[in-house]
Write a protein that binds this ligand. Structure first.
Ligand SMILES: *Cc1c(COP(=O)(O)O)cnc(C)c1O
Length: 393
């Protein structure tokens, strides 16, 4: 007989999922009710308002897609893009490559603007692409590239798009709740996120938001959206609220309770305070990592506080370090992706995981593992450096 599954208790300091607040796990276990139950519909309306708060938008079309971040990405691309159109895609890591793939699968042509992995998107190159391709209908970029730990200047890039009369498409899977993000003020037209990164909710949902200009573009479509499930106009028959709600698909009822709770927690803390907390824990981790003689892939102004790409010497066996941390300290950190595999670790400080205890635990565990593997460092000097940052703030 197969027994019940009980996962080990880990500390999640990788690229997501992050540690889930116990309040959210408790919300998840509340009784399942019908997805058209009036009580549930009241909760959905609150959920839309809470998402507008997190995104800083008044966009009416702001909902969680019933699937992970990748489905939010597909929702944005399949709804906005029609075959034969051109989209400028900025790529500086793994996720920009997925945007390219989405554009191609929509039957459209991606115009690539490429930057080094570890560098932000260069607004100069983006502007040049917009000038060279005035017929492009959108420019797409990743605000927080989780594969490299780099932030791009979303405000500037969206400003360029607006001046070129082009839609802006933003991947905010890792940025939402972790760093400043202003959908309305920056003029973002279509944005998608995830629940398992800085919202510290369970994986499997993807908040999205479309500006009025983006909604108009969808309304003008000549062809049907190729995905029935992700077609925003059909989904809005359930989420819309203007007309009587109709069955589209069975909403992931309990997961939505969890997201509601995650956003209530964010609202209680306050968005700015959450950004500040991420920045502070990042500063402490940086001090500790540097005290161990290790450095960072990304230049200081562009580092993401929630995702730290730490470079390590070739002499260290990457997989051994990470399995040691997991097996002996129950601590998960991320490996490098793509060209950065075997070159960096990705230490996440996302959402509920972004706290002083985790920073200390990670520095001590990493320092101890590295010492036993022959790398010369002092774990207690690392935590001393980190705690000096907390005392000074
Ligand atoms: C995690 C991530 C995604 C994909 O989200 P899933 O929930 O894994 O589908 C997309 N973009 C970025 C920047 C991410 O970090």
């Amino acid at each position: 007989m197969i027994a019940s599954f009980h996962p080990p208790v880990r500390t999640l300091m990788g690229p997501g999922p992050s540690d889930v607040n116990p309040r959210i796990l408790e919300a998840l276990s509340r009784p399942t009710i019908g997805h058209l139950d009036p009580a549930f519909i009241g909760m959905m309306d609150e959920l839309k308002r809470l998402l507008q708060y997190a995104f800083r938008t008044e966009n009416a079309l702001t909902i969680p897609v019933s699937a992970p971040g990748s489905a939010g990405m597909e929702t944005v691309f399949t709804n906005l893009i029609e075959p034969g159109e051109k989209v400028i895609v900025c790529q500086n890591g793994v996720f920009g490559g997925r945007m390219k793939e989405n554009v191609e699968r929509c039957g459209a042509t991606p115009i690539m603007v490429e930057d080094e992995w570890g560098a932000p998107v260069d607004p100069g190159k983006a502007e040049q692409a917009l000038n060279t391709h005035p017929d492009a209908i959108a420019i797409a970029f990743v605000h927080a590239e989780t594969s490299t730990g780099v932030r791009s200047d979303a405000e500037t890039l969206c400003g360029l798009a607006r001046r070129a009369d082009c839609l802006s498409i933003v991947d905010a899977v890792t940025s939402l709740g972790g760093i400043q993000l202003e959908v309305d003020t920056w003029g973002i037209d279509a944005i998608y996120s995830g629940t398992q990164k800085c919202l510290s909710c369970i994986p499997g949902l993807s908040p999205v938001s479309f500006s009025e200009k983006a909604v108009q573009k969808i309304r003008r479509r000549k062809s049907k959206v190729q995905s029935w499930f992700l077609d925003a106009s059909l989904v809005m028959g359930y989420w819309g609220g203007e007309t009587k709600r109709a069955y589209h698909h069975t909403a992931p009822v309990n997961s939505l309770y969890a997201l509601h709770e995650a956003l209530v927690i964010l609202q209680e803390e306050g968005l700015e305070n959450a950004w500040q907390r991420h920045a502070q824990n990042h500063a402490a981790l940086v001090a500790g990592i540097e005290a161990m003689g290790l450095g960072f892939l990304v230049d200081k102004p562009w580092r993401l506080p929630q995702l730290n790409a730490v470079e390590f010497p070739d002499s260290l066996n990457d997989a051994d370090v990470r399995s040691n941390l997991l097996n002996h300290y129950n601590l998960e950190i991320g490996a490098g992706l793509g060209v950065l595999a075997g070159k960096v670790w990705r230490i996440g400080l996302m959402g509920f995981s972004s706290n002083r205890v985790n920073v200390n635990q990670c520095l001590l565990a990493l320092g101890t593992v590295l010492s036993t593997m022959g790398y010369n460092c002092d774990p207690s000097a690392a935590t001393t450096a980190a705690n000096a940052v907390y005392s000074s703030q």
